[in-house]
Design a protein around this ligand. Sequence first.
Ligand code: COA
Length: 198
Amino acid sequence: MSHILLPVSQLNDQQIAKLARLHQGVLHSLLTDLGLPIVERYYQMACKDSTVIGFCTLSESGQPLGWAIGSPKPDQLNGRLREPLLWIISQMIRVLITRPRVIGQLLTSMRTVSAPLPLGAIELTYLGVEPSVRRQGIGREVLRSFLQAAQDSKYHSVVLSVEAENKDAIALYTMAGFRITETFTEGNFHRNRMELTL
Ligand SMILES: CC(C)(COP(=O)(O)OP(=O)(O)OC[C@H]1O[C@@H](n2cnc3c(N)ncnc32)[C@H](O)[C@@H]1OP(=O)(O)O)[C@@H](O)C(=O)NCCC(=O)NCCS
């Protein structure tokens, strides 16, 4: 199957919207639970942020098949989702009406002060592959591109967190050299923090 790999900064608005839909379909995270409009806004901002490193594999027809994206300041990026104020208020009302449980998760997450990243580290925030094309090397390709770009940008390490039950992703990260440094609980989820020194 032929496909192309692009830095996310080169995706057009239509491709960014499709990438957000892929995220929504394959990842289980608080961002996903907040709904597609917020996921879309996250990717619109992230793909235009010069500190973000990200790569996306596109099919010949321009359909995103897999991606990896990360930032040295993930909390700052999430914080920018709170603007503009009227937009975020309308989104919170939508979430409150359609998925009230998620508001509780959001408040818990906002109260949790996450430890700052180690000096010289970048966080690999999201990575995923469209289910119909898994086990064909796309996850490995986007991860390798991310790690190479992080190294080229002089980061010393890459950190990430992954659900402890997510054996496929842990196998991918372990194959790339990541090691588990910590296991912690976030809401109902047991998560592993993993780290790779570049
Ligand atoms: C994890 C994921 C990204 C892997 O993508 P992929 O394109 O299927 O992975 P690849 O084909 O590049 O596999 C690379 C290596 O990862 C490991 N791996 C990937 N999927 C695996 C699986 N289902 N079982 C065991 N090992 C697996 C293997 O070591 C594999 O090498 P191999 O094929 O030579 O054995 C994909 O399963 C996915 O999108 N999962 C849902 C989203 C997700 O969990 N994202 C990570 C959140 S932190």
